[in-house]
Design a protein around this ligand. Structure first.
Ligand code: FES
Ligand SMILES: [Fe+2]
Length: 376
């Protein structure tokens, strides 16, 4: 199937602004690991869409997502990426001070200011925790996180709670790598939507997951998603460059999945891999039309990590090698995306790309979706 697509789709600043406004600033975005802010007062500063957001752990254990912008004259409250606030958040400019709920609790000469000044609370975003990650939604009217990810989970795994088997919230980050790739975030995401490139480009992963040599991975198959996952090669004990498991099977992974790889894309910004002994989470953040930050984390059971012999490196190396192959290909597409000749052809292996694009299109142009519904 040939698709003509405007070249602006991958290259245009205005198009990315629209995506930021209608996708990243209205969807649930996986923003940080819950353990990043374990102690009361701990915070991380993250980007959600075009906004800077402070994720703060309150004394009662809850998390607040506060827009990093002072309600006096708009200065950014915090420039550090992470740290710990003592009891409050104080703007360095004129000293307005907010508690962790975002309420104004102090300001120079506050008693001389009109009483309504005290109502100038920080703006907040919706926040939730799932899989041991902190998810943020800037849209106060957005439905709960599960309404966004539930249909994707059911479409991929059916009725089985596959992520639940891995108890991600109990796992620890054994390794983290951040990449900056010279490609539009959708080019990266679309790459992970298909395995048509696997037999050509990924000899290492096809050695461990031989079924990928068919050009169908786990996120798509001849009849749609392959809910049963991909089996490890007969001579492999784990998903790693050497083919050896890095740790014991996670406790709640059922025997039927003891030699199975599962993967899922939770758009817009998450790619998860579930392997018997660990979980990999890849998050995408658009930096500019032609650049994307990718944060990869490998999560293992704390008991496995306490073993003196433990190393995540062999497992991580398989994803690292594969990711470098993917990123290079994505950069080739980006380099061509401004050409007047740019167009695409999609094989049946790549059908998930079209589903993803439909989702993007519906968020970018809700009016056209309404129109389509009326016409039916
Ligand atoms: S801008 Fe923050 S106190 Fe003035
Ligand atoms: Fe790939």
């Amino acid at each position: 199937m040939t698709t003509l697509w405007p070249t602006s789709y991958y290259t245009d600043e205005d198009h990315l602004s629209l995506e930021q406004e209608r996708i990243f600033e209205r969807s649930w975005i996986c923003a940080a690991r819950s353990s990043d802010i374990a102690a009361p007062g701990a915070f991380v500063r993250v980007n959600v869409g075009r906004e800077s957001v402070l994720l703060v752990r309150k004394k009662d254990g809850d998390i607040r997502a506060l827009i990093n912008l002072c309600r006096h004259r708009g200065a950014q409250l915090c420039l550090e990426e992470e740290g710990t606030f003592k009891n409050s958040i104080r703007c360095p400019y004129h000293g307005w001070t907010f508690n962790f709920d975002g309420h104004l609790v102090g300001a120079p000469f506050l008693h001389e200011l009109p009483p309504e000044t005290k109502q100038r609370h920080l703006f907040t975003a919706q926040v939730d925790e799932w899989l041991g990650y902190i998810w943020v939604n800037l849209d106060p009217t957005a439905p709960p996180l599960m309404e966004q990810v539930g249909p994707l989970l059911r479409g991929r795994f059916g009725d089985e709670d596959v992520p639940g088997n891995y108890e991600c919230e109990k796992l620890r980050v054994a390794k983290e790598v951040t990449y900056e790739v010279a490609a539009n975030w959708k080019i990266l995401y679309e790459n992970f939507c298909e395995c048509y490139h696997c037999p050509t480009m990924h000899p290492e992963i096809c050695q461990i997951l031989p079924s990928w040599r068919t050009g169908y991975g786990t996120v798509s198959g001849p009849e749609g998603p392959k809910q049963e996952g991909s089996p490890l090669a007969d001579d492999a004990t784990g998903f790693s460059l050497s083919g050896k498991a890095a740790a014991q099977k996670l406790p709640k992974v059922p025997e039927k999945h003891a030699r199975t790889f599962h993967g899922i894309l939770l758009w817009p910004n998450v790619h998860l891999m579930f392997i018997p002994d660990h979980v990999m989470c890849m998050r995408f953040e658009p930096v500019s039309p032609g650049r994307t930050r990718v944060v990869v984390q490998w999560l293992f059971h704390p008991d496995a990590m306490d073993d003196a012999e433990f190393s995540p490196d062999d497992a991580a190396a398989l994803v690292e090698v594969t990711a470098m192959e993917d990123f290079e290909a994505c950069e080739r597409v980006q380099a061509a995306a401004n050409s007047a000749y740019f167009e695409e052809f999609h094989t049946p292996h790549e059908s998930l790309i079209l589903e993803f694009r439909e989702w993007v299109h519906q968020l970018l142009h809700p009016e056209s979706v309404r129109h389509l519904k009326e016409a039916v």
